[in-house]
Design a protein around this ligand. Structure first.
Ligand SMILES: Nc1ncnc2c1ncn2[C@@H]1O[C@H](COP(=O)(O)OP(=O)(O)O)[C@@H](O)[C@H]1O
Ligand SMILES: [Mg+2]
Length: 376
């Protein structure tokens, strides 16, 4: 029986483990929180720090393959494991390239992949030299996620918001739509491409509000987006599951924003809406099985369930109505503590009419919620 490890035990690891059930595989998870979302669902749970060389190396030594559910892992340890014969997916070299937004942007530029123009800054004060480049977005090189690590710098008065660390300053894009393409590449270099999704963001939390599949764009835009995403991931020359995020600007140009080298929020709907989900697909890659089918079973809308109210033990509201809604699936991540803006779960609604789906999504958001604190 193959032993496969996952670095990170958050919701992505949890859903990956749920998809492992049909397969012949022994699952291992490394995470420093014994109550993390993935802890109960794996064959073996190891308590440790995914950013620590010794912890990652000791965890991986006895495994056949290893993958990640978050980029902030110890890549040196993964390189040593790969050199010793452990199959690391995606390859550590690609993780290193993607983990830092500076090298990631440089990759797009070198590979002629359309992306917003950028300059690199080392310290905050350097922003003073780029006033003519504004308005722009300052992005910290390493460690940002879910919009933390991204600051809009409209003019000189915003410079104090910038990062005093190596960062990318990129032109502010007049975004018409945010799109994402998920692509799987197996160890034989075969590819499977998922239908284009459209992400709609909550302007205050800067967190995904809901997401539509298929994206509501012209067929020609979808075709171009897929071609660009393939160009991005094929250049990595590594097996893996990748999510390529793009902007469609007001001039209908597509610009690559960033790539995730792992299962991704933009693929949650694939659990119900596709023949083979992103999680199922990654197992196929890890276990050297044929790639799954990315055929869309139904149009869908996916809604993140994020914490509201206070910080404290999680309470869920509206779940009886959720259970009574045909075509609606809910996934709770088993996070013990709800915090404002924290991803606590998601819902996927299948339907046939895109307008109807969006209307229902907005209604759902009115009566389904997660909050922390003491239940009254
Ligand atoms: N160049 C840009 N122009 C306009 N908006 C941007 C730009 N870059 C990022 N954003 C906005 O900020 C969000 C988060 O940025 P992103 O680089 O994807 O960081 P994260 O790693 O937090 O997902 C994007 O989804 C988009 O809404
Ligand atoms: Mg992003």
């Amino acid at each position: 029986m193959l032993k496969v490890g996952i670095l990170g035990g958050g919701q992505l690891g949890r859903m990956l483990l749920q998809a492992a059930v049909p397969y012949e595989v022994e699952t291992h998870v490394l995470e420093n929180d014994p109550e993390c979302p993935a802890a109960q669902l794996c064959t073996h749970f190891t308590l440790g720090d995914i950013r620590d060389f010794n912890d990652v190396y000791a965890f991986g030594r006895s495994l056949n393959s290893i993958t990640i559910e978050i980029e902030q892992v110890n890549i040196d340890a993964l390189e040593k494991l790969a050199a010793e014969g452990v199959v690391v997916i995606p390859e550590p070299r690609v993780l290193r390239l993607i983990k830092n937004k500076i090298s990631q942007k440089a990759y797009y530029r070198e590979h002629d992949i359309p992306t917003s123009d950028f300059v690199i800054t080392q310290v905050r004060d350097e922003l003073q030299h780029h006033l003519s480049f504004l308005p722009a977005v300052h992005k910290i090189g390493e460690g940002g996620y879910d919009g933390k690590g991204v600051q809009v710098i409209k003019d000189a008065t915003d410079i104090h918001k910038g990062f005093d660390a190596p960062a990318v300053l990129e032109k502010l894009v007049a975004i018409k739509k945010e799109l994402a393409v998920m692509i799987a590449i197996n160890q034989k270099n075969e590819t499977a491409v998922y239908p284009l999704v459209e992400m709609c963001f909550d302007p205050t939390l800067n967190l995904l509000d809901y997401q539509l599949c298929p994206a509501q764009v012209d067929a020609s835009v979808a075709t171009r987006a897929t071609q660009i995403a393939l160009q991005v991931v094929q250049g990595f020359r590594s097996p893996g599951l990748f999510a390529v995020e793009m902007f469609l600007n007001e001039e209908d140009q597509l610009l690559v924003n960033e790539t995730a080298p792992r299962v991704h929020n933009s693929g949650h709907h694939s659990i119900e809406a596709m023949d083979s989900s992103q999680f199922d697909m990654l197992w196929r890659i890890l276990l050297s099985l044929p790639l799954g089918s990315t055929r869309m079973r139904n149009p869908s809308v996916m809604i993140n369930l994020v914490g509201s109210g206070d910080t404290g033990p999680a309470h869920y509201h509206g779940m009886t109505q959720v259970a009574a809604t045909p075509g609606l699936s809910v996934h709770l991540y088993d996070k013990k503590i709800s915090k404002p803006g924290r991803k606590m779960g998601h819902m996927t609604l299948l339907g046939s009419d895109m307008h109807q789906l969006q209307k229902q999504a907005r209604e759902l958001k009115n009566y389904v919620s997660v909050s922390g604190g003491t239940e009254r």
